[in-house]
Design a protein around this ligand. Sequence first.
Ligand code: GLA
Length: 389
Amino acid sequence: MTITDVMDKFRELYGSEGEIGSFFAPGRVNLIGEHTDYNGGHVFPCALTLGTFGAIRPRSDRKLRFYSLNFGKLGVLESSLDDLVPNKNNDWTNYLKGVMWTFEKRGYKIPGGCDIAIGGDIPAGSGLSSSASLEVLTGIMLRDTFGFTGITNQDLALIGQYSENNFNGMNCGIMDQFASAMGKKDNAIFLDTATLKFEYAPVHLTDAKIVITNSKVKHSLVGSAYNDRRNECEKALKKLQTVVNVKSLGELTADQFENCKDVIMDPVLLKRARHAVYENQRTVQAVSSLKANDIVRFGKLMNASHVSLRDDYEVSCPEIDILVDLAWNYPGVIGSRITGGGFGGCTVSIVKNDAIPGFIESIGKDYKDKTGNTAEFYVVEIGDGVHAL
Ligand code: GLA
């Protein structure tokens, strides 16, 4: 998919007169720090060069017209600025309408409708944040087309998250939208989700690359199960707060947690909280390891992250565990884990350059033999955050 594909379709559908804006917002992969972003912990994602392209032209009436090259069968979906309410029939356009609704709620009154065409190369439901990229893309399209000054890229992330939480009913944290809005080529973002303070960390893997493996198991359960995990963490925190003065699980050190964990009582809540606390510590350690060029330690922390997500947080699935096991046993793999919200989706691995072709062939074959699924592999580059083209 390229912006040219999207622009060509735009002109075919809506005509070529007037000025047409063009934009790109990336998807993301999280290297480590999973399910920590709604627990006041740290995350370490990076923007991909995969993402969503968008073309937009304002209208003088209040009509909205949407078209996605990924959902061509649905044709042009029409709506209006007077109908910014969530509706299942609106399908993928709920993400765009949610962002429009949030703009209006924040006092940025959208002066007129628009024609929009989009197209992306992030597989939907793969855990690489196609929805966050769509939200951040919508934010920049509205900001730049209608001249809303004073909205920063970080604001676009917050607007995207707000719309996802309050319009689309998924209580996600800030990580995905932040990575899409604030990404930087060749860098991962070390973000403290409690304060939104962040630092770019160069990812110079001289003899290795980031390889994403798509299990092709769609993480469709993610909405409800994700919200359940979030509630469980909140319950565990409430119990801990009866004995220790913290605002979030991310504030606890491992020692503090071990000293007061018994107050949680419920074994499931204990596991959830343990993951949140230790995953946050692992993320901080992983970033130090990367800075010290200790990529082997970084990989071990990725592996430990997977074990914790599988056993304590219980957001993996058999197919993903098979992919990760195969990766762990493949020579030249430095680390491998599930990435994103979970219950399917993708794994992220760091693989030595000379092992990559064999990794793809061997794991692809073994995975097919064991599950019947055909995995997809992406050897990825770290790209920039959202931008006009
Ligand atoms: C999803 C959410 C993020 C984050 C991850 C898990 O991608 O959108 O906010 O919680 O899951 O780390």
